[in-house]
Write a protein that binds this ligand. Structure first.
Ligand SMILES: CC(C)(COP(=O)(O)OP(=O)(O)OC[C@H]1O[C@@H](n2cnc3c(N)ncnc32)[C@H](O)[C@@H]1OP(=O)(O)O)[C@@H](O)C(=O)NCCC(=O)NCCS
Length: 210
């Protein structure tokens, strides 16, 4: 498990419910390795020492950009990342859920939806049929993406957002909590309200951290 903040706490419980055990929790807030109750707590640099061939990794960091940064730094093959799907989530047999993606309790992912890698589909979110959700995106609790919605890489959809069919949200955009989205937005938009309107385009932070 990479990261030990609030999001990680939730994912750790889900991983255990999925029948796996947590071997190590890596976070740069730890200066050295320590073993507490059979779990190794260590800085991120210890990963290659701790990881054996049977173990999988989850980057359990809520911030999309930081999650991408860590995955890029680790340079692990995609299949080393665990896909975590809570047993209470409903995922259509025709939907695809990518490596390292976390699907939280009571989320619903319907027919032919594609959820790419390292996404967070948070508690009770609804991803309707034929949606595409790009790598590193976060769909917050109780958000509803109706049919044929396209979410590009790194987008954060706030809690309780509703998006009408056929809309596309450009990469690294943020949609504020409670918004109703009735039209598409370009990359790096920040939009809020009902109907949602842009309050600040060009978030432009992608290059800074990478
Ligand atoms: C949209 C958001 C990112 C804006 O944050 P910010 O850039 O710090 O913006 P500010 O708080 O400075 O607000 C800017 C303006 O937008 C308005 N605004 C901010 N968030 C809003 C929202 N969700 N709905 C409606 N208006 C909102 C503010 O009232 C302010 O308006 P004003 O200029 O007329 O005073 C944030 O408010 C938000 O909704 N985040 C989503 C949180 C979430 O759902 N997290 C889930 C975690 S699991």
């Amino acid at each position: 498990m990479i990261g030990n903040g609030g999001h990680s706490k939730v994912v750790q419980e889900m991983v255990i419910r999925q029948g796996c055990s947590v071997h190590g929790i890596l976070d740069d807030k730890y200066e050295s390795e320590q073993n507490i109750d059979g779990i190794v707590y260590a800085p991120l640099t210890s990963i290659h020492k701790i990881l054996d061939e049977e173990m999988k990794v989850v980057v359990a960091i809520g911030e999309n950009m930081v999650r991408k940064h860590v995955v890029s730094k680790l340079k692990l093959p995609s299949e080393r990342y665990l896909t975590v799907i809570d047993p209470t989530a409903v995922v259509s047999n025709s939907a695809e859920v990518g490596y390292g993606t976390v699907v939280m309790p009571k989320a619903v992912i319907n027919a032919d939806a594609q959820i790419h890698d390292h996404c967070i589909i948070n508690t009770g979110a609804v991803i309707e049929h034929d949606n595409s959700v790009g790598d590193y995106s976060h769909i917050s609790p109780q958000a509803t993406l109706t049919g044929n919605v396209t979410i590009d890489e790194g987008v954060h959809i706030g809690a309780g957002v509703t998006i009408i069919p056929g809309v596309k949200i450009g990469e690294w955009s943020i949609i504020g909590a409670g918004a109703t989205v009735i039209r598409s937005f370009p990359a790096h938009s920040k939009a809020v309200g009902t109907p949602a309107r842009i309050i600040n385009r060009s978030l432009g932070v992608v290059k800074d951290i990478m």
